[in-house]
Ligand binder design. Structure first.
Ligand SMILES: *Cc1c(COP(=O)(O)O)cnc(C)c1O
Length: 427
């Protein structure tokens, strides 16, 4: 029983299944079938006079956030691109991004022809460190993108101040934080623009999808054209396209499909209840760890945060807590005990194999050796420390039973005990 599963012992989970993700119910099935049968699978195809679900979802998403407008898109990566196109960012410009994030945050900057400038992150939250941002500002800086990582939020109070002083817009990459609430407002509403992804793993999932929150109608008109080959909404009518060919700004085809919009319209009203569900499980785990004397805690949230959005649940420990055993080994031992992936954070972008601009000729003029050096300049001690003592797992683990939460605590305690008594060594 005490032998670690990674060494051939019996696992804590012992074959019990975990909750399935993405979630859907009969209502979701009906919603998707309705789209299928109506044969109007996208905004850019005539309907029977009904308003496109793409448009209805954008309205619902704006309402959910209490902002005037939103635009629905095909991916979260596109949302970042469109956000930067809205701000007219392009060649010669610099955009500050956190050193720790999903690679899309930085590759979107390259896609608009600008240079991503990495800034270090807070060692506890993994989110953009405002003082590192100050150090990386230059006369070429055109935007700051912060990421609300895993299950916490960036230090918005300080970042809004830094961005304001520099006169540079703040973009909130909210792909991992749908519905999170800080100081009474949802994440994604604080910056000049807030971007979202609805890729399958996210807490609001549609297979693929994205959105940008907008604050005025001029932005909205421009965003429509940027995402539908320069077309904007027309009035819906039977057998007619719900788009007019306006052409004030060149766009691309980045429209969300009607299938994705139907799923999102069905699932959005359940998001807050699912947050409560995950929070219950997370609290049980945090209490269990504290009661059991296991020196592992959840990553902190900024003061004023009243609803976490748990995309990846992030647990953290102090130096030496596992007798010096490295984080990768601890993650592997927990993965074996829990029979589901537990993993360290993504490698910082400067050593992430997914971030390789030099492999595409198009980026040759942006990603020169000198600019690459400029992008990767500085120290990244925060990123390093965050990676060394943080453990993540997917939020779907928090959508099940009390047994699930208790298994997480038991596994953590078991691995901690083994490490402390020298029975866990680096793999
Ligand atoms: C998932 C994610 C994205 C990209 O979204 P896609 O829909 O996969 O393109 C961008 N930023 C962050 C922080 C993400 O987690």
């Amino acid at each position: 029983m005490n032998e670690l599963a990674i060494h051939g012992g019996r696992s804590v989970r012992d074959g019990r299944p975990w909750p399935a993700w993405p979630r859907f119910d009969a209502g979701t099935e009906d919603a998707v079938l309705e789209v299928l049968r109506a044969r109007r699978w996208t905004l850019s195809w005539p309907g029977a006079g009904e308003v496109a679900r793409e448009r209805l979802f954008a309205e619902a998403f704006a309402d959910f956030h209490d902002v005037p407008r939103a635009i629905a898109l095909d991916h979260g990566s596109t949302a970042l691109t469109v956000a930067m196109e809205l701000l007219d960012i392009g060649p010669g410009d610099e955009v500050i991004v956190p050193a720790v994030t999903w690679v899309a945050t930085a590759s979107a900057v390259l896609r608009v022809g600008a240079l991503p400038i990495l800034a270090d992150v807070d060692r506890d939250t993994g989110c953009l460190d405002p003082s590192a941002v100050s150090e990386r500002l230059s006369s070429a800086t055109r935007a700051i993108i912060c990421v609300h990582l895993a299950c916490t939020a960036a230090d918005l109070a300080a970042l809004i101040e830094v961005a304001g002083k520099a006169g540079v817009p703040l973009i909130e990459d909210t792909a991992q934080a749908h519905g999170g609430i800080w100081r009474g407002r949802r994440l994604g509403t604080w910056g000049s623009l807030g971007t979202f992804s609805f890729q399958s793993g996210k807490v609001l999932a549609a297979g693929e999808g994205g959105a940008v929150l907008l604050h005025d109608d001029a932005q909205w008109e421009r965003a429509q054209q940027l995402r539908a080959d320069s077309r904007s909404y027309a009035e819906s009518g039977s057998g007619r396209m719900e788009l007019v060919e306006s052409g004030d700004v060149i766009g691309a085809n980045r429209t969300m499909t009607e299938f994705a919009a139907a799923i999102l319209l069905d699932r959005l009203p359940l998001l807050d209840a699912e947050h409560v569900e995950r929070e219950g499980q997370a609290s049980a785990i945090e209490l269990g760890l504290a009661d059991g004397g296991v020196p592992v805690v959840a990553v902190p949230v900024p003061e004023g945060m009243t609803q976490r959005s748990i995309y990846e649940y992030a647990l953290q420990y102090g130096p030496g807590a596992f007798a010096g055993v490295d984080n990768t080994t601890i993650a592997a031992a927990l993965t074996a005990e829990l029979e589901r992936p537990v993993y360290p954070p993504d490698a910082p972008l400067f050593k992430n194999v997914l971030f390789r601009p030099e492999t595409l000729r198009r980026y040759g003029s942006i990603w020169t050796p000198a600019r690459r050096m400029r992008s990767f300049m500085g120290n990244f001690f925060g990123a390093q420390e965050y990676a060394q003592r943080t453990l993540l797992f997917h939020h779907s683990a928090l959508l099940g039973s009390e047994q699930d939460a208790s298994d997480v605590v038991t596994a953590m305690a078991k691995v901690h005990r083994a490490a402390s008594s020298g029975q866990l060594v680096a793999v």
